[in-house]
Design a protein around this ligand. Structure first.
Ligand SMILES: [Zn+2]
Length: 360
């Protein structure tokens, strides 16, 4: 990953994008793709679609969702404490004691989210799992009026954003889900266009609102009407304690992007992804998922009359926490894999299960 691409990743991670509030991160995406995309547009839902060779007969969509989980301010109490609803799937235990930021029209407002100290918890309370609705945000004010000067009902909040590198090329930040997948689809577009010779039309989409129901992938797939779609999202790394490999498979950080097999994935696309990885010596891992996947691949596959869909995962430890941890090398390899995959597609390619390859 060169310096420019790495700076882009860090900017994505440091720019807030709770579902429905993605406009700031989409600005970052538009600015980065301007130098190499042939066409950039933003639809009314907020998806940013960057395209190369847009006239190509075979339409290919790569989706990385730009939204992240967060909180939505729903009430300010008489003392100026904020209560919230959750945006996306939180483990409320992950929220206790975190630094937060409320993103307002007037700029970022620092906050903490907490509960009373352990010394003051009753025996009963200590045993109980806390619910998100019991937690409050404290912005340091003394009254409802003072809070309302800074924050409005319907403002969104995130964990305090920030990027940190660990040893051996690992890095952590909130929102690796799915700023890493977003980075991969944009970077795949850049690498494919820099290489030259793209026959398909390639559309890298920064999708919105994945965390609240895979919604941006649904609207952007309808708009682009692709023949082939690949979603890139984080997937659970199982190389840390307590995860059941028998169910989740053996997925490790730094061992390459994860190609998913299962009913949500078109078998021809999946086979092609594996073939490309083998031929180009990109390290990869394989995982299985037996249901409709909980990510953009789900919406893409059942767009219109159906789309030949693939799913490429970025191994991620500690999903939906403040310290989502990935290996930077996996991002780089995923971008290479998807650039090569797109470059290898030809107009007449058929992805119909059981028939592909049998037609003239
Ligand atoms: Zn995701």
């Amino acid at each position: 990953m060169d310096d420019k691409a790495k700076t882009f990743l860090i900017r994505l991670l440091e720019t807030p994008s709770p579902s429905g509030y993605e406009a700031p991160v989409q600005d970052v995406v538009r600015e980065y793709v301007a130098s190499f995309a042939d066409e950039v547009r933003t639809d009314v839902h907020g998806n940013v679609i960057a395209s190369c060779n847009p006239g190509g007969a075979l339409r290919v969509l790569y989706a990385g969702h730009c939204d992240q989980i967060g909180l939505l301010v729903s009430h300010i109490d008489d003392h100026g404490y904020l209560y919230s609803q959750t945006i996306g799937g939180w483990d409320p235990q992950q929220l206790i004691g975190q630094r937060m930021t409320v993103w307002t029209d007037g700029g970022p407002v620092p906050a903490v989210i907490a509960r009373k100290p352990i010394h003051l918890l009753t025996e009963e309370e200590r045993k109980k799992v806390v619910e998100a609705k019991e937690l409050w945000l404290d912005i340091g004010v003394g009254s409802k009026e003072e809070a309302a000067e800074a924050v409005r009902i319907g403002d969104a909040a995130t964990l305090e954003l920030g990027y940190q590198e660990l040893r051996n090329g690992l890095a952590n930040a909130p929102g690796m889900d799915d700023k890493t997948g977003l980075w991969v689809v944009i970077e795949a577009l850049r690498r494919a266009s820099a290489e030259g010779g793209l026959e398909c039309s390639l559309h890298a989409v920064s999708t919105v609102q994945e965390e609240i129901g895979l919604r941006g992938a649904r609207t952007s797939s309808f708009g682009v009407d692709p023949h082939v779609g690949v979603a890139v999202d984080v997937t659970h790394a199982t190389d840390c304690p307590t995860i059941d490999k028998n169910q989740q498979g053996d997925v490790r950080l730094g061992k390459g992007p994860v190609i998913s097999r299962g009913p949500n994935m078109n078998p021809v696309v999946t086979a092609r992804l594996i073939e490309v990885a083998e031929q180009t010596e990109v390290p990869y891992q394989v995982t299985a998922i037996a249901r409709a996947t909980p990510n953009d691949a789900n919406s893409i596959q059942i767009n219109r009359a159906g789309v030949a869909t693939g799913l490429v995962g970025i191994p991620n430890r500690y999903m939906h926490s403040a310290v989502e941890t990935v290996a930077l090398g996996d991002l780089d390899h995923a971008a290479d894999l998807l650039a090569r995959f797109a470059l290898g597609l030809r107009d007449g390619d058929d992805f119909t299960p059981g028939l592909a390859g049998r037609r003239g």
